[in-house]
Design a protein around this ligand. Structure first.
Ligand code: HEC
Ligand code: HEC
Length: 236
């Protein structure tokens, strides 16, 4: 009896040890190494490959192409990795980033992060009631609908998480800043999170949970308010 139990236990132990370790089905960004790179080399690559869509100064001329100037390097690098792996779907970026080396992606990220976010105010100022709603949602959320305040993670002035630089390995380094981002791009991205189209990293899960609380009117208000921040800053 005793030997039988021993044999069973040994068989079980073998089965457990022999089983291949289950691979996580998402990229865990909670402990990332800070990104470093060669900004000058990144600038050269950017001039050849990125200016047409993201602008020579990282401020894009088209509202569906995001501004990159001043964005956090760790966030940019992670997004570039996603395009390389094809996990940010249906993008002109995918084919572009595919042939680049890891070092190129780091250099590009460091280059764009170092540019000043001299975002121009939108040509058409959004309607005042839209702005008011967006500002309230951003600062206070909507507790009745379970919408958390965006500023908790993206900063009071939308310049990134308040603790992004608190420690060398802060996970908040990969939280994007949203200051002056094109409204059309922000709205599209929020809808992508809401539909579950972006579910590749631990950070995606955070934003998916947030976006699923947002209705279309809230998304449009938030996008309008974020895109209008440069005008608000100038008016101060
Ligand atoms: C043909 C136009 C085009 C070119 C050229 C281009 N991009 Fe993009 N890029 C886009 C579009 C459109 C998006 C946003 C939507 C998406 O994912 O397709 C984007 C998104 C990004 C993002 C994500 C930003 C964010 O806030 O999440 C990064 C980073 C980026 N591009 C970097 C680059 C770099 C670096 C280059 C040059 C190697 C480059 N892009 C060249 C069109 C372009
Ligand atoms: C609990 C933290 C948290 C809260 C609250 C939060 N976000 Fe985010 N947000 C994130 C993280 C993390 C990412 C990066 C996800 C990724 O890597 O794709 C992100 C990404 C984004 C992006 C994509 C930016 C880009 O350049 O593509 C937008 C837009 C955004 N958030 C808007 C909002 C808005 C609007 C709110 C408030 C309704 C909000 N977020 C609340 C953590 C948060």
């Amino acid at each position: 009896m005793k030997t039988l139990r021993l044999i069973v236990l040994q068989a079980l132990a073998l089965a457990v040890l022999g089983a291949p370790a289950a691979a996580a089905d998402f990229v865990d960004l909670r402990r990332i190494e800070p990104v470093s790179g060669d900004a000058a080399a990144g600038a050269q690559k950017a001039a050849a490959l990125c200016f047409a869509c993201h602008g020579a100064d990282g401020i894009s001329p088209v509202p569906m192409f995001p501004n990159l100037a001043g964005q956090r390097a760790d966030y940019l690098y992670q997004e570039l990795l996603r395009y390389k792996s094809g996990s940010r779907p249906d993008s002109p970026m995918t084919a572009l980033v595919q042939p680049l080396e890891d070092a190129d992606l780091r250099n590009l990220a460091v280059h764009y992060a170092a540019l000043a976010a001299n975002v121009p105010a939108p040509a058409e100022p959004p309607a005042p009631d839209l702005l008011a709603r967006g500002g309230t949602l951003y600062r206070q959320g909507d507790p009745g609908r379970g919408v958390p305040p965006c500023q908790g993670c993206h900063g009071a002035d939308a310049n990134g998480h308040p603790l992004a630089d608190a420690t060398a390995r802060s996970p908040y380094r990969a939280y994007p800043l949203l200051y002056g981002q094109h409204a059309a791009y922000v709205a599209t991205r929020l809808r992508d999170y809401r539909s579950g189209a972006l579910a590749h990293t631990s950070n995606d899960f955070i934003m998916t949970g947030v976006a699923q609380r947002l209705d279309d009117a809230s998304i449009d208000a938030l996008a309008a308010w974020l895109g209008n921040l440069p005008a608000e800053r100038q008016a101060r």
